[in-house]
Design a protein around this ligand. Structure first.
Ligand code: FMN
Length: 200
């Protein structure tokens, strides 16, 4: 498979670091460059939930995904001199996976106080695809309103809600039902989950 294009990925401290790992494992087969922004909390949650022994200093494709991939560019959270901070840098979209309520709220309200929120803000102003895999339960009214605001500004809200009609048997299979929908939404061919009504 030929890799083309650039993707920006933001990983926040919402529960569900496994979504980011499973998503990136697929995305590296499709994109020649992936720009990864991880919040402080994202790294802590990864350690806690996924058990990956990683720090900001050691964050790379090998430690995160267990495979080498030169196209993964790990960005510093406050480096506004890195490419996705500017609309002049062309890319194929940004995925926030998982997306915390804090990051959602900042983006929905135009608060670009770090590279993650600035890059998302750039996506919205440039009318590029911005997918937010939000995760929280239950939602309070502010969360819900922020999702509406973000959606009105052009973001695609894709909650980290697994589907069960394909009868996932493992945690990874359940997670992949969400990953598959994100990939489809990016226009990327995926074979994780078959299309409804289509025999494989
Ligand atoms: C183990 C763990 C799980 C968390 N799960 C969620 C969650 O599902 N959704 C959420 O919005 N925040 C969650 N939080 C809280 C966020 O990490 C916290 O609000 C943080 O400030 C988010 O920062 P960030 O958006 O910069 O990553 C969790 C925190 C921890 C330690």
């Amino acid at each position: 498979m030929t890799r083309t294009g650039r993707l920006v990925v933001g990983m926040t401290g919402a529960s569900g670091g496994i979504y980011a790992v499973r998503f990136l494992r697929q995305a590296i087969h499709h994109y020649s460059e992936i720009y990864l922004i991880a919040s402080e909390q994202a790294i802590q949650v990864l350690q806690t939930e996924v058990g990956i022994d990683v720090t900001r200093e050691t964050l790379n494709a090998q430690t995160l995904l267990g495979v080498p991939y030169d196209g993964l560019k790990v960005l510093q959270p406050r480096d506004y001199f890195s490419p996705p901070a500017s609309g002049s840098f062309r890319h194929d979209g940004m995925v926030l996976i998982p997306c915390s309520m804090g990051t959602l709220g900042r983006i929905a309200n135009g608060i670009s106080d770090d590279l993650m929120t600035r890059s998302a803000d750039v996506c919205l102003k440039e009318r590029r695809r911005l997918i937010m895999v939000v995760r929280e339960t239950p939602f309070n009214l502010t969360h819900l309103r922020n999702m509406v605001l973000a959606c009105e500004a052009g973001a695609i809200i894709m909650p980290a809600n697994p589907s069960f009609y394909n009868r996932p048997l493992t945690l990874e299979e359940a997670v992949d039902t969400v990953v598959a929908r994100v990939l489809q939404n990016l226009g990327v061919e995926q074979k994780l989950v078959s299309e409804w009504g289509i025999e494989e």
